[in-house]
Design a protein. Structure first.
Lengths: 501, 65
């Protein structure tokens, strides 16, 4: 049994508390919570640097560090699907994020469900997008929660009550998010990411030296002793096909998450989003190098180590207390900081697309602001409840997150480009796609590809079949959002001027 | 013509990182201490921004024209 290191734990606690304090300080200006627009998208005033961290930092979460290394530990190179995933998300984002941003700015949208509702004049479709977002995001928050649980279990084993600390730290995050709104994750994300880069680069350089004498020797040792870890299986449930489809689907899903949408809408201009989308792939190099550490752990840590703890055990066995503390603090922050923006994204969906649209349509702006902010406690509370009380009940939902959320891609992205996309077809496609994903996860056989891939194929097929049936009505429809996307005139003239905003 | 160029610049990183994998799914030759597969993924992480940048230039020229 491992024993925590008191110095390591003290360093972790000190850094986390300092960041929590910054989370509160971020909102000392009252303006941060004066309206929904201020609280949830920072008044759409954020410049390039902040958008960079809000949009790019989502990639560096506790789940990516612990999940990717654990998947490399047990499955070898298949874990590197995350590299093309995070790289390819951005060329797509280059095209559709600025379009989405312009529509959102013009019509005051705060969530993707807002956009879908306005674009299709459909409360139902908007509700479905919102509920998909919330349903898939809470388990995703729980992945972060289990990340900090694991970290503290290694950092503070025998020293403290780990569950109590997790509850307190999540409540602190909820409280500072309630207080400071988007400013909190913006400022804390910068600190977290600086720590991530410094600490993870240090680990990537020093761990191979400590255990093998250098990076080259490490790769050579793996190549001679366990060559299978360095290539992808040609077939099987997790082979090349799984790798490619998982990367593609995850890339398409990245900007469908409620919290990445929040980051997008907070931008000051469409141009900032374009420039960030060009450069952001480079930001993921550390993520790729860290994945190698999962393979290194396989070579070094005792056999039979729980894969979830492989990376943490590697850190625990390799360094003294202070360095351990820095590394644990980094992972703990990578768990807490993203939770803040995820909670904002989910709260917006709850408040705008469920509470306002269905329960209290005449809520005053002041009331809506308070409801939105209070929802943070509901979201974090639900995450804590599920994560701590029923950790196994949500396992399937957690795995499903990406596959589920990507089913909203046609409603959000296709709708930006295809004017006469009938809402009936998109609704049918979304439901069919979700049903396919649920079925595949229940049946445990996705024929070697990623579940969300089949879901999206069914989704698009249903759209293709239903579109001819409803296209007549779709042609007749027009509204302010369609006008800002496609111009106000007939289809023929639209072809000549696709980019009006 | 410009549209075609944009389309090609967009699709090449996807083909390289998703479709071409069976041809680079090897350890040797190693490059810069990376197995070939991982070197391939790494190099495309560096190249993809250049492709998007090229798209950006082409589209901006079109806007000006």
């Amino acid at each position: 049994m491992m024993h925590g290191n008191a110095l390591a734990f003290a360093v972790t606690a000190g850094i986390v508390l300092a960041v929590v304090l910054i989370g509160f300080l971020a909102g000392r200006d009252k303006e941060a919570r004066s309206s929904v627009e201020e609280w949830s998208v920072g008044g759409r005033r954020l410049g390039s640097l902040f958008v960079w961290f809000l949009v790019g930092a989502d990639v560096y979460t506790a789940y990516t560090f612990l999940g990717l290394t654990s998947s490399a530990y047990s499955g070898g190179s298949i874990a590197f699907f995350a590299t093309p995933y995070v790289v390819l998300a951005y060329p797509m984002a280059y095209f559709f994020l600025p379009k989405l941003w312009r529509v959102a700015k013009e019509h005051g949208y705060m969530t993707l469900a807002d956009y879908v509702g306005g674009r299709f004049d459909s409360k139902l479709l908007s509700f479905l997008v919102a509920i998909t977002g919330v349903l898939m995001l809470i388990p995703y928050i729980d992945l972060q929660l289990s990340g900090i649980l694991d970290t503290l279990q290694v950092a503070g084993a025998g020293l403290v009550n780990v569950k109590l600390i997790v509850i307190v730290s999540f409540l602190l995050v909820a409280l500072y998010t309630f207080f400071s709104g988007l400013k909190a994750p913006t400022y804390t994300a910068i600190i977290k990411d600086i720590l991530v880069w410094v600490v993870m680069l240090f680990l990537v350089v020093s761990l191979p030296i400590l255990h093998f004498g250098g990076w080259g020797q490490m790769v050579l040792a793996v190549a001679t002793q366990h060559p299978k870890l360095l290539v992808l299986p040609a077939s099987g449930p997790k082979g090349i096909l799984w790798f490619s489809t998982a990367a593609l689907i995850s890339a398409m899903a990245l900007f469908m998450w409620p919290h990445t949408a929040t980051g997008t809408f907070s931008s000051k201009s469409a141009d900032i989003l374009k420039k960030n989308a060009i450069v952001l792939p480079l930001y993921n190099i550390v993520l790729m190098l860290v994945t190698f550490l999962g393979i290194l752990a396989f070579m070094v840590v005792p056999q039979g180590t729980n894969p979830r703890l492989a990376f943490l055990t590697l850190i625990h066995d390799s360094y003294g207390g202070f360095t351990q503390g820095l590394a644990y603090a980094t992972i703990a922050l990578a768990s807490l900081v993203p939770c803040s923006i995820m909670a904002i994204g989910a709260s917006n969906l709850f408040a705008n697309n469920i509470y306002r649209d269905w329960i209290q349509p005449d809520a005053s702006p002041k009331r809506l602001t308070l409801v939105t902010r209070s929802m943070v406690f509901v979201v974090i509370g639900l995450a804590l409840l599920f994560g701590l009380a029923f950790p196994t009940a949500l396992v399937s939902l957690q795995l499903m997150g990406v596959s589920g959320i990507v089913q909203t891609f046609p409603a959000v992205v296709l709708s930006l480009y295809v004017r006469n996309l009938p809402k009936e077809a998109v609704t049918g496609g979304l439901l069919a796609g979700l049903a396919t994903v649920f079925y595949l996860y229940a049946s445990h056989n996705a024929h070697g590809a990623y579940e969300g891939f089949w879901g999206l194929l069914v989704n698009l097929a249903v759209i293709a079949v239903l579109t001819p049936l409803f296209i007549g009505r779709a042609r007749q429809r027009t509204n302010a959002v369609m006008k800002s996307l496609f111009g106000g005139r007939s289809e023929q003239s639209r072809a000549q001027q696709p980019n009006i905003a | 013509m410009r549209r075609f160029a944009v389309w090609i610049l967009f699709i090449v990183p996807f083909l390289a990182q998703l479709v071409a994998l069976p041809w680079v799914n090897r350890i040797h030759p190693m490059v810069l201490g990376f197995p070939l597969l991982h070197f391939w993924l790494l190099i495309w992480m560096l190249l993809t921004p250049l492709f998007t940048l090229a798209i950006h230039w082409v589209l901006r020229k079109e806007e000006q024209a």
